[in-house]
Each structure stands twice: as C-alpha cells, then as structure tokens.
Design a protein around this ligand. Structure first.
Ligand SMILES: [Cu+2]
Length: 373
C-alpha cells in the first residue's frame, strides 16, 4: 500500500492547490476569517443518539414531535471494493459501508451533531456537504478529515424537506467521490408532520430510502471491466469514463439487484409507504408500476403542498424527493426510473413484494388467454 499512500499524498496536494481548503475552521468553530456574531441557541435541548441503519431502511423516528432536540449522528467512511454486477468490481467510497450512505432523520428546528470518522484503513481525504444546512460549502469546509482523523460539527435544520448529502473534497475529487458512491440523504420532517394541500396530516406505516447512483467503470481493450488495487489506482481511468457522461451502471442502492427478487422490499395491502429517493449526481424518473404517487414532493420541500396522483415524476441531479403510496392490491410492484433502458438494462429498479388479498373490482382478468377464434 506504500505506493498508494504516496499517490494519495500527491492527490491531496493537488486537491489543496485546486481548491484552497487549508485553515478552514477557526478557534471559534466558525469558518476561518469570519467574526462570530451569534452563538448556539440550543443548550437546553435534549440529546438523542440516532441509530444508523443501512438503506433501504430508515432509522426509527417520530413523525410528529412537540419539542426540538439535538440528534447525534456518527458516520464512518469506508473505502471498499464492491462487485456492482457480476464480474464488475469497483472501489466504492461510502458513508457507513453502503452507497448511498444511511438516511438521517430529524425535525425542523433540530440540531444535528455529526461526527465524521475517516479511519486509518482509508487512503483518501473526505468530508461531507449536506444540502439540508446553511453555510458556505454546506459544511464541507468544516468537516475535512484525512485518514486517521475524525471531526464533529453541529448543523441547524432550518428547512423541512429531504436532501442529498455527499462528499466534496475539492476539484476533480468531488465528482469522483460522489460517483464512487459517497452520497446519501437526510430527511427533515416538519414538527407537525407531513401534510396535504389542505393541511391535513399524512402519516405513513413504513419509510424506505432509495438512492439512485451513476457508476462509470473503466474497461480494458477487450471490453472487460478493469479491476484496481486501490481507489486512486483507478482514478484516471474512471475520470476518463466519467467525462463521456455515459454510465456503465445505474443501480438503486449501490449494487444492481439490491432491492429486487429475494431482496424485494416488503409491504402489505393497506400499508402507506413513504419512499424517499435521492439522486446525488444524475436525474431519475420514478414510476411505481401498478401504483401512483398519491402525494409527491418532487423537490423534497415538505412545507410546499404535495402534488397528487402522479404517474411519473423527476428527481433532479443533486436532489432528493419523496412520495406516498397506499397499496391496494397484492403482488410485485416494480419501482423504476421510467427510462426503461436505465431500469431494466442498467439497474434503476426496486421491487415491492406486497402481501394481501386481490380486489377484482380494481382489476380482473375476465377471460384467460386462449387461441384467437
Ligand atoms: Cu470522499
């Protein structure tokens, strides 16, 4: 790994030159070079530790709260080699071992106290920019950690909605880390919960998190996917592939098939689901085959009225959105990006396995297939 460490040091130096990040925090805790005019206002709030879980699950959370709190979150960065489809290996850069990283949940007015850990087993400098929060570079300048370092930062959740977070360590490192899987989402619920256009409460039985991802795996002259001994060894090749803007894989939740077949998500007839969908770097077009978006916050802003009864909607690059659906029939529902090439051939698909009883009033085969008379 010595060669890797040397190359890594060179890349960190190049990054620092391309993007001035030195001395980014001052003794006051604010961004270096700026006078602090207002201090933390939440000393009296209770603290809770959020138990992080891997996507597609959400951490346990209340939908409605009366008091604000400080939510403690710990994200451990892991660089790991992953087989994203049979025979296609890549170095993923992850928060807590998954691409996307875990969903973070809090309420409007809460504080998130986030500790970002970069273990010595990693090779690269990382940080986190959370779109939910206010301040230059979204926290990226206050959270840079080299291998062997950890940092703790506090953010106030001033906007209700669902948002992307991602690594953004400067220059070409930014898109490279993001399309290596280093992204996730954070959901800030209104304190009084989700509401329809008339202000009526919308509650859900389950919440799922789907993260769409564009991967750009380099190929050799024979057309086989290349495999590398460390992330930095594949960086130049991957940047060249990235600049074609033609992904090789577009999986939901990090690996093709992460939520299909035996990995399908479970629900039953009558369940109301909240589905949060993030797209850190490339757009997608969610469509639930056989269902609808009963309520859709396409741009993720929960204090705006949701659109209703949507067929297909868009999630912009660099955004997360949310949809609510109540299952009325059993069976397998495919949740796809309705560019069907992306869904079927490149991995942008998840399955819901819904149990329950069939309703012939909604859908019925009247005569089974038979020879044409
Ligand atoms: Cu990173």
């Amino acid at each position: 790994m010595n060669n890797v460490k040397v190359i890594m040091s060179v890349f960190i130096m190049v990054t620092a030159l391309a993007f001035p990040v030195a001395a980014t925090s001052s003794e006051s805790g604010g961004l270096a070079g700026f006078k602090v005019s207002k201090q933390f206002q939440g000393e009296k709030l209770k603290r809770v530790v959020q138990k992080m879980v891997a996507p597609p699950n959400f951490p346990i959370h209340e939908q409605v709260v009366t008091e604000n709190k400080i939510v403690q979150v710990r994200l451990v960065i892991e660089e790991k080699e992953v087989e994203v489809s049979p025979g296609a290996f890549m170095w993923q850069m992850t928060f807590n071992g998954t691409a996307p990283g875990p969903m973070i949940v809090a309420h409007e007015g809460d504080y998130i106290e986030l500790t970002l850990v970069n273990p010595t087993s990693n090779t690269l400098l990382h940080n986190i920019d959370l779109h939910a929060f206010t301040g230059a570079m979204g926290g990226g300048l206050l959270t840079e950690v080299a291998p062997g370092q950890e940092v703790t930062v506090r953010f106030k959740a001033t906007k209700a909605g669902t948002f992307v977070y991602h690594c953004a360590p400067g220059g070409a490192m930014i898109p490279w880390h993001v399309v290596s899987g280093m992204n996730g989402a954070i959901t800030i619920l209104p304190k009084d919960g989700l509401k329809d256009k008339d202000g009526n409460r919308i509650s859900y039985d389950k919440a799922y998190y789907i993260g769409g991802q564009d991967f750009y795996l380099p190929k050799d002259e024979q057309g086989n996917y290349k495999r590398f001994s460390a992330p930095v060894m594949g960086m130049a090749d991957m940047l060249a592939t990235m600049k074609t803007l033609t992904p090789t894989h577009l999986p939901f939740n990090g690996v093709v098939g992460a939520m299909t077949g035996a990995n399908a998500l479970n629900a039953k007839v009558g369940d109301t689901l909240l589905i949060v969908h993030s797209q850190a770097n490339r757009q997608a077009y969610p469509h639930l085959i056989g269902g609808h978006g009963n309520y859709v916050w396409e741009t993720g802003s929960f204090n705006d009225a949701p659109a209703t009864n949507q067929e297909t909607w868009s999630i912009a690059a660099g955004a997360a959105g949310a949809a609510i659906y109540t299952f009325k029939q059993p069976g397998i529902y495919a949740y796809v990006s309705h560019n069907l090439i992306e869904a079927i051939l490149m991995g942008s698909i998840a399955h819901f396995q819904v149990t329950g009883e069939w309703n012939n009033d909604l859908q019925q085969q009247l005569v089974a297939p038979r020879a044409i008379k």
